[in-house]
Design a binder for this molecule. Structure first.
Ligand SMILES: Cc1cc2nc3c(=O)[nH]c(=O)nc-3n(C[C@H](O)[C@H](O)[C@H](O)COP(=O)(O)OP(=O)(O)OC[C@H]3O[C@@H](n4cnc5c(N)ncnc54)[C@H](O)[C@@H]3O)c2cc1C
Length: 438
C-alpha cells in the first residue's frame, strides 16, 4: 500500500505536469452528498483521482486528536475512534459523508450547539494547490486564511489531502429524552437554557408542525435498559413524536438519520421490511446521481439547509408557514465559533448572535422548485441568514457576494488557483451546477 506521502506526491505531480486548462473535479470513492442536478456541467470536468486518500493515519489518545485522509467516512472514523472511547466532536449523520467533504461543504450535527461545524474542530489541513504545491495550513501559520477559507468553498481553493482534528470522550450508549412544545417561544426557551447550562451532550429537534416542536436532548451513558436502532423498518424522526425517551448504541445514535433525515427511503413499511437493510440515503443518492439526466426536475426534492440567527427565528417561522408550510423540519442548534472569514464582513455585522438554528427542509416536491429556492434565498438575506450551497442555488452574482466574502476568496484564489481550474465559488455552486456557462 502507498504511504500518505506517496499518494500526495502523485497528486501534486499530476497537477504540476498538467497541460490542459479544462476544469477539474475530484473523483472520490464514495457518493457525493449534493442534490442531483440534471444539467450539472461539472459532470464533464476532468477527474482528479483521489480515491486512495481514505486512510486513518493516527489516533493520539493522550491528546484526543486524529489525523486522517479526506476520503475517510464518518462511519469508518466513529468505528475506529470508539475503540478508544473517543469520537469526532461533530459527526455528520449520514454514514458515507467524508471528512474532506464535511470541511469543503458543510457539516452539522447534534453536538454543533457546542462545537459548531466539523471544520471548527480541525487544527491543521494539508492542501494541494491547483499548481501542485503542498501547503500545511493552520489557524496560526502563514496559510491561516487558506485554512479558514477551506470551509464552505467546495474545493474551489485547493484539495485537502490530510486533516488533523479534535476527538471528544464518548460512552457506548446514548439516552435521548424528547421534550415536546406547542409554541416556538417555549421551544426556543428550552434550546437556550440547554445551550447556556451545557447540561446535555447532544441537542437537535424535529419541528413536526407549527404546533408540535420536539427537542431531542441526548446524554452519553454507560448502561441502558434496552436499545433501538433505526437501520431497518423504524424511522427515527417519526419516533421523536411518539416516544418520551429512547436508548441507542452510540454508533446507531450518530447514524440514526442514515435513511434520510426527514426524507426517508424506502417510504412504505413493506418496502422497508423487504429492502430497508440495503436501501438508505447513500444508495438513493448513488441511483439519483447515475440517472440524474433522466429525472424531471420536479421529482428532485427541494433540499435547503438554512442557518438562521437565533434572534431572527421568530420572523422566519411565520414567514415560512405562510409561504411554504412544508413539515417536518430538522432543527439543529449551531454555535458560531468565531466570525467566519468566508462570510462577507458587512453581512456578518448585521447580526450578533452566538447561536444559530440550522433549519433543514428535505423532501418537498414542487412543480416549480426554482420559485421556492428563490423566495427562501431572498428571505434569508433579509434576516442575515445563510443557506448552505449543497442544493440548487439561484443567487444573482451581486447577492451572492453580498453574503460570501469576495475579497478573502479572491486573495486565496490568487495564491492557490490563479488559472481557475477548480472553478470560482459562484460559478461552481450557482452556475455550472445549473448547466450555465461561467
Ligand atoms: C440530501 C442531503 C442530506 C444531507 N444531510 C446531512 C446531515 O445529515 N448532516 C450533515 O452534516 N450534512 C448533511 N448534508 C451535507 C453534507 O455534509 C455536505 O453536502 C458535505 O459537503 C458532503 O460531503 P461528501 O463527503 O459527500 O462530499 P462531496 O459531496 O463529494 O463534496 C462536497 C464538496 O466538497 C468538495 N470536496 C470533497 N472532498 C474534498 C477535498 N478532499 N478537498 C477539497 N474539496 C473537497 C467537492 O468538490 C464538493 O464541491 C446533506 C447533504 C445532502 C445533499
Amino acid at each position: 500500500m502507498n504511504s500518505h506521502e506517496d499518494k500526495v506526491q502523485r497528486i501534486a505531480k499530476q497537477l504540476q505536469e498538467r497541460k490542459s486548462s479544462r476544469p477539474l473535479r475530484l473523483w472520490k470513492k464514495t457518493v457525493s452528498h449534493e442534490v442531483p442536478r440534471p444539467k450539472d456541467k461539472k459532470a464533464l470536468d476532468e477527474k482528479l483521482d483521489i480515491r486512495d486518500l481514505d486512510a486513518i493515519l493516527s489516533i493520539d489518545v493522550k491528546k484526543s486528536t486524529c489525523t486522517a485522509e479526506p476520503g475517510v467516512t464518518f462511519e469508518k472514523l466513529v468505528k475506529e475512534s470508539m475503540k478508544y472511547n473517543l469520537v469526532p466532536a461533530v459527526v455528520s449523520e449520514l454514514k458515507t459523508i467524508t471528512i474532506g467533504g464535511a470541511v469543503a461543504g458543510c457539516s452539522i450535527e447534534s453536538m454543533s450547539y457546542q462545537w459548531g461545524g466539523f471544520h471548527d474542530s480541525c487544527f491543521e489541513y494539508e492542501v494541494v494547490t491547483a499548481k501542485g504545491e503542498v501547503l500545511i495550513c493552520t489557524p496560526y501559520n502563514e496559510n491561516h486564511l487558506l485554512f479558514q477559507m477551506m470551509h464552505g468553498t467546495f474545493g474551489t481553493l485547493g484539495i485537502i489531502t490530510r486533516l488533523t482534528f479534535k476527538l471528544v470522550p464518548a460512552k457506548p450508549f446514548v439516552k435521548v429524552v424528547y421534550e415536546e412544545y406547542e409554541t416556538l417561544e417555549e421551544y426556543k426557551k428550552s434550546i437556550w437554557s440547554h445551550y447556556k447550562q451545557k447540561d446535555i451532550d447532544f441537542m437537535d429537534g424535529i419541528i413536526h408542525s407549527p404546533k408540535k416542536y420536539i427537542l431531542g436532548v441526548g446524554y452519553f451513558v454507560a448502561e441502558v435498559p434496552y436499545t433501538h436502532s433505526y437501520d431497518w423498518t423504524r424511522i427515527y424522526y417519526v419516533s421523536t413524536a411518539k416516544r418520551k425517551e429512547d436508548y441507542l448504541k452510540t454508533e446507531d445514535y450518530f447514524f440514526r438519520y442514515n435513511k434520510g433525515v426527514t426524507n426517508v427511503h424506502p417510504k412504505s413499511f413493506l418496502f422497508r421490511l423487504l429492502f430497508g437493510k440495503i436501501i438508505n440515503s447513500n444508495s438513493i443518492l448513488m441511483l439519483a446521481n447515475t440517472f440524474k439526466k433522466l429525472i424531471p426536475s420536479f421529482l428532485i426534492p427541494v433540499t435547503v439547509d438554512t442557518f438562521i440567527p437565533f434572534s431572527r427565528i421568530d420572523e422566519f417561522m411565520p414567514w415560512y408557514v405562510k409561504e411554504i408550510n412544508h413539515f417536518p423540519l430538522w432543527c439543529v442548534p449551531y454555535k458560531i465559533m468565531h466570525p467566519y472569514e468566508w462570510v462577507a464582513t458587512a453581512f456578518l455585522d448585521q447580526v450578533h448572535d452566538e447561536l444559530y438554528l440550522d433549519i433543514a427542509l428535505y423532501g418537498m416536491r414542487k412543480k416549480n422548485p426554482e420559485h421556492y429556492y428563490r423566495i427562501i434565498e431572498k428571505e434569508l438575506v433579509k434576516l442575515g441568514a445563510i443557506k448552505t450551497l449543497i442544493s440548487t442555488n439561484y443567487y444573482t452574482e451581486k447577492e451572492f457576494w453580498s453574503i460570501w466574502n469576495r475579497e478573502n476568496f479572491a486573495m486565496v484564489k490568487k495564491r492557490t488557483d490563479p488559472e481557475n481550474i477548480l472553478r470560482g465559488l459562484y460559478e461552481k455552486t450557482c452556475r455550472a451546477s445549473r448547466g450555465l456557462d461561467s
